[in-house]
Ligand binder design. Structure first.
Ligand code: ADP
Ligand code: MG
Length: 219
């Protein structure tokens, strides 16, 4: 699912981030943990092909990301990954149903309406198709974002801080939602979090722990 060797990222004007070597092997679930500022979102962006690997090797879902051009990374992401960013990034001007059609529309594929119907039922957001994001609760927005990530049946679902600002009950609900949803399409799950409740909810996950000074791998 994820292999990292000598990977570093340097934002202009900031200290270089060195990621620890890591091999997820055949783990179905990896938790990327560490304090705020340790590089979790950066690694999610690198693994999503949104940021270009500058130094080192990065393999995600059997693909060497250092070998791809930006356009190839975009096509690869659409075909293989589902990404749920921390701020969800639903399009405010589109309805829920139009948001769920975007993974097809944005790359010129025909919209699979039956697939969208099914996902909306599975994620309990059927009936919300005509609403806009501002007419939804936070939990509903999160379900729409997860549904959108699953539309094209990804091999890997990458999720950034899914439980930030959620109470315990909602956090448990989101973790169930993610593990159920990934399991249903047979997708691996990579979750970035600084929330110990996520680790507790995923006792069999492998952990890649980043620290601001020196990143380390466990177990
Ligand atoms: P985390 O998700 O673990 O909180 P990030 O990956 O967001 O960490 O950030 C890692 C480090 O990189 C932080 O020091 C942050 O300030 C810096 N950083 C993140 N994005 C940018 C950017 N676009 N430009 C410059 N520095 C950035
Ligand atoms: Mg982050």
């Amino acid at each position: 699912m994820l292999t990292i060797r000598g990977l570093r990222h340097h934002y202009p004007g900031a200290a270089e981030i060195a990621f620890p070597d890591f091999d997820a092997g055949d783990a179905a679930c990896v938790v990327l943990s560490g304090p705020s500022g340790s590089g979790k979102s950066t690694l999610i962006a690198l693994a999503s092909g949104l940021l270009e690997p500058q130094r080192g090797d990065l393999r995600v879902a059997d693909t060497d990301l250092t070998a791809l051009t930006p356009a190839q990374r975009d096509a690869w992401r659409g075909a293989n990954l589902g990404v749920v960013p921390q701020r969800l990034h639903l399009s405010a001007s589109l309805t829920v149903r139009q948001n769920l059609a975007m993974p097809y529309v944005s790359v010129g594929l025909p919209v699979d309406g039956a697939r969208i119907d099914r996902l909306m039922q599975e994620l309990a957001i059927d009936g919300l198709g005509a609403r806009h994001p501002h007419q939804l609760s936070m939990g509903q927005c999160q379900r729409v974002a997860v549904a959108r990530a699953l539309v094209r049946r990804p091999r890997l679902l990458l999720v950034d801080e899914p439980t930030a600002n959620l109470d315990d009950e909602s956090a448990a609900g989101v973790m169930n939602l993610l593990t159920d949803a990934a399991g249903r399409v047979g997708a691996g799950l990579l979750i970035a979090t600084h929330d110990t409740r996520v680790l507790a909810a995923l006792p069999t996950a492998r952990t890649l722990r980043l620290s601001r000074l020196l990143a380390e791998v466990s177990p």
